[in-house]
Every structure is written in structure tokens, then in C-alpha cells.
Ligand binder design. Structure first.
Ligand code: ATP
Ligand code: MG
Length: 293
């Protein structure tokens, strides 16, 4: 389906209204479930906010232990209310640790592909009207290669793939990278090894994935670091707090702090590509192209 001219015009008009600052959009994904995507998303967001960055965390996973559960939040509204015009994006956003802005998980995400023209424009407008001056948008996706995950990863451009030393974690991560690269043209991947028992284990997990990916695919795959296996990470989940603020000196927290410092060094997207509205447009367009988010 092609977006009609008036929608394009409106979107272009909206783009001109906004702050030209580019936003780093990072999708956090994994091949296998339960490897630590939500923990990584929440803690990366918290750490970046601790460095003084303006961060939005988009919960794109409708699974059980999603962002609001991990942080003990009970959102009143979600994205589906924005799509239906019943709330503004600012009303939907809730504040999390270190002042991060959270877009709670929403059934609305699955409707991305079916948005009417008015809803489409409304959603782009709601993102362009945000007066937050964001530096980062971090998207916690579901595991695997479902279409919804593909749409977010394609629209984001930077994909952080979380792996751990469990059977099938690397083969499933390879399958994810392959589909994103081969079928969806994603070229930049970053690997985060979670729950490692030594720094060497992190490097080894990265090497296994990078070796397989570089052999068959045209992409860059970089090491984003490792997070130690840490009992306090489990305890923080039970306490519904990010380990980074609950136990800042824990080994996993130090790992997330190092991850944030590395992410800060990733190059900024070029200005034209880095606008939040472009991300939303790409997201909607890809959802439409693939026939469902
Ligand atoms: N570094 C760590 N050390 C110890 N335990 C961890 C660590 N990271 C995550 N965990 C544990 O693993 C569990 C799963 O983590 P998390 O919910 O972040 O994974 P996920 O990839 O988002 O899962 P899903 O695929 O279900 O969305 C957490 O509840 C926590 O107990
Ligand atoms: Mg999760």
C-alpha cells in the first residue's frame, strides 16, 4: 500500500517543525527468549540517563516480564490509546529510574500494519510533537524472527543482539542476524554477551557469532561487551528495580555502565535519517510492506 500524497505532505510539514537533533535508535533483540533483553534495555536506558542523556525506552514486547513488570509500574495508557486518539504520547509516557521516559507495552503495536491514514498521521504527529529533545530511543523487542521484531529492527538501524552461553543461543542469534541482514537489509549489529562467568566467555560468544555471520553475510558485527552473571541481577528483577540503580556497584551494574560508555561512542545517525518521525514512518511502512507487525 502506498502512502497517499497528502499524508506525505503532512509528514514532511511535521518534520520541519521539530528539533533537528538526531536520535540514536537501538533495537535490543535476541534469537532465543529469556537471555536478558529487557534487563539490558532497562539498564542501558538507566545508565545512559545517568550520564545526562535524555532516553526513551519503548516496550515493544507484549511478553510476560516486560518493561513495566520489571520496573513495577502500572501504566494507565499505552500506545494503542495514542493510535486511537484517546491520549497524547506525552500522556502515555511514564517516568522510570533516572528519569527515563517509558512507552509502555501495547496491543497497539500489533496494529501498526493496519493503521488508517488518519491514525498514521496522528502517530507521526505525536512523536514529532514530543518536546523532550531525546538522545536515545531504546526498543525492547520480543525474541526471535517474528515480523513485529523485524519491523522494529529494520526501522531502528542499530541492533543490539543479546546472547548467552546456553544451547541454541548462538545458533538462534545467527538465524536472527541472517534474516535481518538477508531479507531486511540490516547491516550494523552489536553483540552483548549476558550472564558470562568470565570476560573471556563474552569474547568467545561474540567470536562464534561473528565468525559464522562474517562467513556468509555482508555486514558489520561489533562487540558491545559482556555482563557478568550476577545474583543481584536476579534479585533486582524480583524487587522490580534496575540493578544499575538498586545495586550500582554490583558486577552486572558495572557491565551495564561500560556498555553505556561504548554506546555513547557509536556514531550519530546522519541528521536526515536520525529523526524520530523517520523512525516511526519507517516502522509503519515496514509493517505495511511485511503485511503485519
Ligand atoms: N546478568 C544477569 N545475571 C543473572 N541473571 C540475569 C542476568 N540478566 C538477566 N538475568 C535473569 O534472567 C531473567 C530473564 O531476563 P530478561 O527478562 O531480561 O530476558 P528477556 O530476554 O527479556 O526475556 P524474554 O525473551 O522473555 O523477553 C531475569 O528475570 C533475570 O532473573
Ligand atoms: Mg523481555
Amino acid at each position: 500500500m502506498l502512502i497517499n500524497r497528502s499524508v506525505e505532505d503532512q509528514a514532511a510539514g511535521l518534520r520541519r517543525m521539530v528539533n533537528p537533533k538526531p536520535v540514536k535508535v537501538i533495537a535490543v533483540s535476541s534469537g532465543k527468549g529469556g537471555v536478558g533483553k529487557t534487563s539490558a534495555s532497562v539498564n542501558l536506558a538507566t545508565q545512559l540517563a545517568g550520564l545526562g542523556r535524555e532516553v526513551m525506552l519503548f516496550d515493544a514486547d507484549l511478553g510476560l516480564a516486560n518493561v513495566d513488570v520489571l520496573l513495577g509500574l502500572s501504566p494507565k495508557y499505552n500506545l494503542s490509546h495514542v493510535i486511537e486518539g484517546r491520549a497524547t504520547l506525552e500522556e502515555v509516557l511514564i517516568r522510570g529510574p533516572n528519569g527515563i521516559h517509558i512507552v509502555p507495552a501495547a496491543s497497539g503495536i500489533q496494529r501498526m500494519a493496519e493503521l488508517s491514514t488518519a491514525e498514521h498521521v496522528g502517530l507521526i504527529r505525536s512523536f514529532s510533537e514530543l518536546s523532550l529533545g531525546l538522545d536515545y530511543l531504546i526498543i525492547d523487542t520480543a525474541a526471535g524472527i517474528a515480523e513485529g521484531v523485524m519491523s522494529f529492527a529494520r526501522a531502528a538501524r542499530e541492533v543490539l543482539v543479546v546472547v548467552c552461553d546456553e544451547p541454541s543461543s548462538i545458533t538462534d542469534a545467527y538465524a536472527l542476524v541472517k534474516v535481518l541482514n538477508h531479507d531486511h537489509g540490516v547491516q550494523r549489529f552489536h553483540v552483548l554477551a549476558n550472564r558470562v562467568r568470565s570476560p573471556q566467555e563474552g569474547h568467545e560468544l561474540y567470536r562464534k557469532l561473528a565468525r559464522a555471520a562474517n562467513m556468509f553475510l555482508d555486514l558489520t558485527i561489533q562487540y558491545a561487551g559482556a555482563i557478568p552473571d550476577d545474583d543481584l541481577a536476579r534479585r533486582a528483577v524480583q524487587q522490580q528495580k534496575p540493578i544499575s540503580t538498586a545495586y550500582p556497584s554490583a558486577s552486572a551494574s558495572r557491565g551495564f555502565a561500560e556498555l553505556a560508555r561504548r554506546v555513547e561512542k557509536w556514531p550519530l545517525p546522519n541528521a536526515a535519517e536520525g529523526h524520530l518521525e523517520f523512525f516511526v514512518e519507517r516502522l509503519i511502512q515496514y509493517s505495511i510492506d511485511s503485511g503485519g507487525a
